[in-house]
Design a protein around this ligand. Structure first.
Ligand SMILES: Nc1ncnc2c1ncn2[C@@H]1O[C@H](COP(=O)(O)OP(=O)(O)OP(=O)(O)O)[C@@H](O)[C@H]1O
Ligand SMILES: [Mg+2]
Length: 262
């Protein structure tokens, strides 16, 4: 990991609607992701996580503040940022290979080259043998592997992931987390990843941003230092549990404060 800041979010605010019925989803959000860093965001439901990642991805616009990629303000969606969502968002009529090749075809990459690239990424997510399958023939975890391969095939500079494993069962989720940790080791991708799941945040993150309840702002940032390769065995290490407890306490306080307000 280098110290160069890849992505920075400054004083970001997003207000939906106007007047008395307006909703402030984000208030004064500041965060940074360094080159090749894996940064997690956790926060209570409705605190503005999806709003934040959509603004970074260029799918929504902030009310004020800025998002900088390599020091330059972003202006709408771009190939420099690849997004993976909770829903699988594959083209149901295209095979695995064609789904993965899709972005490259849009960029007019020649057929042979894009086929080779697609195969490389299909192998990276462990789906060799399923190139010609259609999405409906795949399990949820496999579909999400295709979605990850498709995004990686476009070689984005930053990967933006919004609860990508949220719809998977607990075991498949751990398998996918280990897969992503492995991809990250091999590709040194820069990743901003949103989750509800504290285990997931601590397992994958170099750093974890904890957001407050709405209007979402950054409550704290924690460094995660866990010895050895990250995987299901990390879940019981004292270093893991220590960070997990600190995040749980913070989120617990957020939700009990919310209950007191009611
Ligand atoms: N397009 C919109 N118009 C109006 N309000 C919106 C819009 N999008 C989001 N909101 C509101 O902004 C707030 C934050 O929503 P957001 O989806 O970003 O939360 P979240 O942290 O991703 O929640 P979850 O954890 O449930 O996915 C919510 O109160 C939501 O109702
Ligand atoms: Mg969300």
């Amino acid at each position: 990991m280098s110290d160069a800041v890849k992505l920075s979010v400054r004083n970001l605010e997003r207000v939906f609607g106007e007047g008395g019925s307006s909703v402030t989803a984000l208030r004064d959000v500041n965060l940074e992701v360094r080159e090749s860093e894996f940064v997690m965001i956790v926060g209570p439901s409705g605190c503005g996580k999806t709003t934040l990642i959509n603004i970074i991805g260029g799918l929504d616009r902030q009310t004020s503040g800025e998002v900088l990629l390599d020091g330059k303000p972003i202006d709408g969606p771009g190939a420099d940022r690849g997004m993976v969502f909770q829903g699988y968002s594959l083209f149901p009529w295209l095979t695995v290979r064609k789904n993965v090749e899709f972005g490259l075809r849009m960029k007019n990459v020649p057929p042979k080259e894009r086929e080779e690239a697609a195969m490389r990424y299909i192998q990276l997510v462990g789906l060799e043998g399923f190139e010609d399958a259609l999405p409906k023939q795949l399990s949820g975890g496999m579909k999400q592997r295709v979605a990850i391969a498709r995004t990686l095939a476009n070689e984005p500079e930053v990967l933006l992931m919004d609860e990508p494993f949220g719809a998977l069962d607990a075991q498949t989720r751990v398998v996918m987390q280990e897969l992503l940790a492995g991809i990250r080791r091999r590709t040194s991708a820069t990743i901003l990843f949103i989750t509800h799941d504290i285990d997931e945040a601590v397992l994958l993150g170099d750093r974890v941003y904890v957001m407050s309840r709405r209007p979402g702002t950054v409550r704290d940032v924690l460094d995660v230092e866990i010895p050895g390769e990250r995987g299901h065995n990390s879940l019981v290490l004292p270093e893991f549990l220590e960070v997990k407890k600190r995040i749980m306490d913070m989120l617990w306080k957020e939700s009990s404060d919310a209950a007191m307000d009611r």
